[in-house]
Write a new protein. Sequence first.
Length: 307
Amino acid sequence: MMDANDRADKLSAASVAIDGVRIRTVREAKRLTQLYVANVVGVTTDTISRWENNRYPSIKRENAQKLADALEVPLGDILRDEAPVPEDEPGTEFPPPSPRRTKLFILFGLAALLLLLVVVILARTPSSAPKAVRWLPRYAAPGEVIPVQVKVTRLPDAPFGFILKEKLPDGMRLVSSVPPSSAAEPAGSSLKWLVPGGGSPVAISYSVRTPAPFAQGKDVKVKGEIVLHGGGVNRTEEVGGGSEVRIGPYHWADANGDGRIDDDEIMPAYYVCDEMKGLGLNWKTIEAIWTGKGYRWDPKTGYTVLK
């Protein structure tokens, strides 16, 4: 059986202590919404809010790494600093440790030092390749126009050009995009953008119409890849972030699918609509649902605001 020490070691290896203030500061500095970060990590906006308010001081290392990737920073930048160990008070005497315990302390100290060295090296090592991260709503109604954004990080000291390819699921069709799609299949399910070399971040926004009619309660998946060109070499990477949309009686701005658009959801929706003006998004409907008590969706009549 696993004793208490083994369980503690396993728990420590599987979780890390995050710093909510740092997380919020980085997110706001990069002008990322909680909704965007939540979709990239695969959690709800309530969870992101709790992390930023230190409601969960320790989380799974896997989720912490996803959070760091969404914020485009090394994992070490969002971890909490270890609290200093207080010095012994003058005159305090302790019994000398046994040789065996001293040996264990030395071994644990060396292991901790090695682990810390690895973390520091990984935190200071710049990412070997830029990342393309997709945001799209987690929920949407059949036949609804929804927004999609792909953000590509580029640095002035490492400029490059790229080709972005997005593959839409069966029945989903492109409505409009900024910048315009460089190429698309006749059916509109395969999209491409050619972006010349440069060192500034790029955001590609496009709107699509979800499949209709469609079996409600099922997910559709968007796939994509980015072909990076720099230094005379091409490299292909998969687009990260959100990839699945659940089709059902939901509005895309309802981030958690609870049948209403609350205060935590209205601002991210406003930012998206403001950045994607002219791409077919209906802000008036979103605002009307927010001012009401919720909404109901019907295949024939669409959205009905509950008063």
